[in-house]
Ligand binder design. Sequence first.
Ligand code: SAH
Length: 208
Amino acid sequence: MQDFQHEKARLIMTLRGMGVVEAAVLSAIERVPRELFVPKALSQHAYENASLPIALEQTISQPYIVARMTAALELTGRERVLEIGTGSGYQTVILSFLCRRVYSIERLRPLLVEADNRFRKLRITNVTSKFGNGADGWPEGAPFDRVILTCAPAEIPATLLNQLKTGGIMVAPEGRAREQSLVVIRRTEEGFERQELLPVRFVPLVEG
Ligand code: SAH
């Protein structure tokens, strides 16, 4: 089996060159075999810094965006993280290396089944996933230390904001098709502090 060592090293250098400095994030990206998360026909492109199509018109995010979002969560290893939009499970696995447990929700069952197979194959034991509408969050598991959305709502649902702990951080794309921003929201005693990081293009969060 091809090990993609060279392609991997080049991707890490690219991300460093783009200003990703968080060593733990880079090493998580280095550890995850991204070729297992993309369609076989695209495995030669797995280590390009590009988003790629997966099944059912969804996409696996660009590594640079995965890196920026993961870094923005400021994980220390102790957090319980809620993820909306499991997709291929790539971002899920990156998170699983950097936090205590990931709770991931996906609304397209075939994608969830494939992602679960990947978690098993990679022997990831700190991911709990479920089929459902991410806009409802995961009330039984709330509140969470961190929340990450990998699909974009026009506006971040209040339900999800309410499932974030005080002191917690949420990272999400927000907005309609061509005008989304990646936002970082911190919940403080006083309320929610919001910061926009960069323009992005994610698939939409689909309700129901
Ligand atoms: N993080 C993923 C990116 C997947 S694309 C990866 O690394 O591969 C975003 C995903 O969000 C898609 O799989 C889509 O089906 C899912 N999604 C969209 N709306 C959703 C909703 N309301 N609840 C849960 N998942 C949703």
